[in-house]
Design a protein around this ligand. Sequence first.
Ligand code: GLY
Length: 588
Amino acid sequence: MKGSEIRQKFLDFFAKNGHTMVPSSSLLPDDPSVLLTTAGMQQFKPYYTGAADAMRDFQALNTTSSQKCFRTSDIDEVGDDTHLTFFEMLGNFSFGGYLKEGAIRLAHEFITRELDLKISYVTIFEGSHGVPKDDESRAVWQSLDIKDIREEGINDVFWGPTGASGPCGPTTEIYCTNANGKDVEVWNLVFNQFFYAGSREELLAQTPGKALEPLKTPGVDTGMGLERLVMIAQKKRNLFETDLFAPFVELVPHELDERVRRVIVDHIRGSAFLIADGVRPSNKEVGYVLRRLLRRVFAFEELYKMPVHIIDALLHDIVHEYGETYKDLGAKADTVRAEVTAERERFMRTLKSGIKEINNLPTIDAIVAFNLYQSFGISYEIIKDVAKEKAASLVREDFEAELQKHQEKSRQGAEKKFGGHGLMFDTGELKAKDATELQKVTRLHSATHLLQASLRKVLGADVHQMGSDITVERTRFDFAFGRKMTQDELKAVEDLINSAIEKDYTVTKKLLPFDDAVKTGALYFFKEKYPETVNVYTFGTPDESEVFSREFCGGPHVTHTREIGKFRILKEEASSAGVRRIRATIEP
Ligand code: GLY
């Protein structure tokens, strides 16, 4: 059975058993306390806590999905037999429909009858932290003639919470034997019985004042990595020999080290999905995750003189393979390719010098590594890949510590630079070498706010920002809008901005708690992770009887709009499906 058939078989099996099929949610979760989606249950959290109603939204108490997941914690292991960054998680969920017995019987039937696999053993929770031993699960497994039932502790068989708080509970795991005769965990069945108003770390530490509360809607959340399941079902020794990966690995030159070939495939696959979900390479948060994946691949291209068409072919085949199941990826094929190419161009300028520098260095410790990153944009992984023994003593923790030290310093520096007002929220949009550049990008930045407001006034309030990029030469603004703008519309927008500039609106900044800031009606990115307090920038008359634009923003901005100068739109074009891009500049 092909990997794609196994995915479909899973979804069909649960649909047949009273589950509504729900499409995968984005890799960028709505929960601001979580960086990336790491499990199928992420999108369903509100259905356990009672914040959302499954019956209303799914016309059923049970759902099933194949969820896009990304785990950064496994990045250093990628290239071995079983670890990936991006993977698909098959899951079935119940919000008050069935509990332990129902979940275990369904899982048993799927593994042993639908897939005809043998369960080598299962695990159950041994009991601790005030939660009793899971005798109920044991009894169900016994009734299904499973003999090897192992008890494990809270670290292994107790799920959640994910993020700052959430549902959690004991789990039972199913193990099967792979082609090497090794037992691997294939399926984790979670019994969400509790709500914990804290993080998993706090739970494990038994933080005083925090206790497991009964969950409003106790239920089931299961997670099974598709790639691993396929490895077992296809009797392969590693993930990369399954039909989900083998054709991709085949595209990478055979003379490269096997581990490197796997890393390239994993990273390009992960990058494609991240880009399709709206992530762009940057030096922060998810943007930084993406940048590291891509740059590592580009470093391999450079080291092994791989022509760029290999990555192009990989991207093409990945979109082809997954585009149907994950529609966002299918729709964003061009954006994915364009972003990969753009990041390669950005990096190529410094990569070669960086590699040369590494080759000239006798040894590389954390400080040297950080300097390489600073000067050449070469990340930790690349240093390890390129420098090999010379960087043998370099470990990730030390590198990250250097990075943090520096980020703290530069944050303080930025605050000084902007007259103590600070970059409360660094969008990573503004970069400037010196004071002159800073002034120019600041003016362009303010112009970008006027642009967003004007687009909404001319085209309607559905228009919203999808991304922006500001250099000393121009601003580039991406926004959701379904068609090409007409010449008249472009002129109307340009005129509106120039008249707002002429009115010399006052620009004011207010620091507000997040919820209050939302209430002002200011525009913001739903997907961004905002701190507890945010700056809201308003462009309008000093008494605010007229407000032209209001947005969440880290700044900096001009104080009066006339400082911006004359605004000119250079180009309007498609950026990707449903997204338009405007390039504009200001004249002195
Ligand atoms: N939420 C269950 C799992 O990810 O294993």
